[in-house]
Design a protein around this ligand. Sequence first.
Ligand code: F3S
Ligand code: FES
Length: 254
Amino acid sequence: MSDEQKNTAPGGQPRQRMLNFHILRYNPQDPESKPHMQSYQLEETEGMTLFLALSEIREHQDPTLQYDFVCRAGICGSCSMLINGRPGLACRTLTHEMDADITLAPLPVFELIGDLSVNTGKWMHGMSERLETWVHTKEEEINLSKAEARMDPELAEQIYELDRCVECGSCVAACGTAQMRKDFVGAVGMNKLARFRLDPRDVRTDADFYELVGDDNGVFGCMSLLACHDICPKELPLQSQIAFLRRKMATIGN
Ligand code: F3S
Ligand code: FES
């Protein structure tokens, strides 16, 4: 049989690939459950994303499979998982860009809810509270004229760029330091502080930021492994933000 015949179904339509999914299953709420890999086969369809594939599997093969999706458009950050060992957004991952064997596992570091579902929200909430990731203004300055003062467009653009973070947790899951230090704020935390440091409405000084990230759970715990920068699905400039914060904090610490 020629290659052309092999790739063509009767009727002349191109034959679809059969995908083999290997998914790490475990339900920590069930004392009987043990972590194990489970395989599923699925015919690939045009434009299939991992979100569509998992939905097919859950709908037609296994209703117990747990995973998270909200927006399906790379905006909410909830579908991050290990895709062939690398953190990424499942809703933005096209199967036709992958081999037919696909391994999926939950992100490490975060509390496991079940199968591919992890509690990134709890981790992000804790980090945000610790780093006080909101604009700090002086009480007397909380009035509309200050809050709505015109911002230089270039600066607004720089802040907007850092605000594109969707808190998917990929940078934390990829980071060696985050795996060793449970209180490490990760690239997501440092990116947030860099963002508030830029914001002219925030009255905090570099010394205040030093209090928040000038230790081993912050900028000095970062070993410049840069997996966060390589992995970020939104391609945020994490490397330059971390380096910038570290230089600033080092000056203050001396
Ligand atoms: Fe981790 Fe990124 Fe630093 S991967 S060690 S936060 S450069
Ligand atoms: Fe929202 Fe993937 S479902 S980022």
